[in-house]
Design a protein around this ligand. Sequence first.
Ligand SMILES: [Zn+2]
Length: 449
Amino acid sequence: MSDSSSAASVRTEDRSTPADRQLGPGAHALMRQNFGNIGNAQFQHIAAREVAAPHPPQVVEVAPRTFLIQPGMANVALFETDEGLLLVDAGCAGDGPALLQAVRHISQRPLHTVVFTHGHVDHAFGLWAFLEAGERPRVVAHENLLGHYARYAKTAGLNAAINGQRPGANGRSWPSAPEDFVVPDITFRDSLELRIGGERFVVRHAKGETDDAAWVWAPQRRVIAAGDLVVGYLPNAGNPRKVQRYAEEWADAAEEMAALDADCVITGHGDCVRGSDAIRDELLTMAACLRHIVRHALDGLNAGLRPDEIVQSLAVPEHLTAHPRLQPGYDRPEFICRNVIRRYGGWWDGHAAHLLPAPVAAQAREICQLAGGVTALANRARELADSDLQLACHLAEWAYLAEPQSEAAQTSYVEVFGRRREAEPSLMGKLAFSEPHRRVAAERTKSGR
Ligand SMILES: [Zn+2]
């Protein structure tokens, strides 16, 4: 029957994407769930103007003359007034042309004002398409956005490496040249009121994922454009590889937004939140969850505990972790806790041997020798993975670090961390647990295997 043969062909077809192959099955679906309309090529070239989003932008009218536009991985809010358009964010560099087209499909009024919710590469870099088309909006951002740009220019290589970015046609893989950045015409410190078409829009500063965050409140429409302060998953307040995040101030901003009794929150990524009860529920649960983690970290630091003791004793109450829009699909409570510890403490982890440690390979070789050799340690890692995957990872890593060329060590390292990666809910965790796969592949290439 044709049905069963087509079912068979679906089963045998390899539908995995590069992200799935690197991060394990389902990784691309997780990315799309977190970030929306994004393809692998766009993800790997978010700083390049030449690589556009693979799908037409999604547009939702969330209130009269108020639109959520999703040109690529980030959301954009559009407020139409009689005087012109207010745009909140502009997407990735590659989103620019699709965003311009989507906006012009909605309205022919001039682009009056653009507010950047922060200087991240997926929010503040698509405006070039409007400027090249002759639009001359005033650009509004928090005063720290300029520092954010300066940091991007200073750490372009680091950011490109962390985010897996490839160079675009101009040779750059991360914004670093003056022409990459749109400099705001108006900056503000705490709060700014805009009047466009006789209507009041309030721009508020907060700290959250970044120190330059801004969000927009349109009181007449009862709509908030929140940028990445609201994203539909556990806040990215603990990213293991990135600069300081601000969990406490993030909670402040969530509570401030919750008090406004808005009808809709246009989020930085993914679906918007509608209805004042749902908004209050999500924002207040998010704030309570962040505050719980911050309090736990500070209590531990004040009690003289080490970072590992603080993180291992973290237990977020279930009523705060069960919310469907606060799941750890990107970040984890433990990482947020680490970020709070880093903010208030020093870099030393409190273990004396780690202050000025011996090279990790030397430590690993000694452990291997005591264990009866690299194969014994590698095999024990694979065996232990059935009962204690976390502990097995340490053994597998020691075996690999002791002898990176060993076939047994390589196999165990890839296998054990492959299982860890699959079991890990967060994208940040999956990325870190993919590192062994990448290292072993590089080692095998080096040795011609
Ligand atoms: Zn974002």
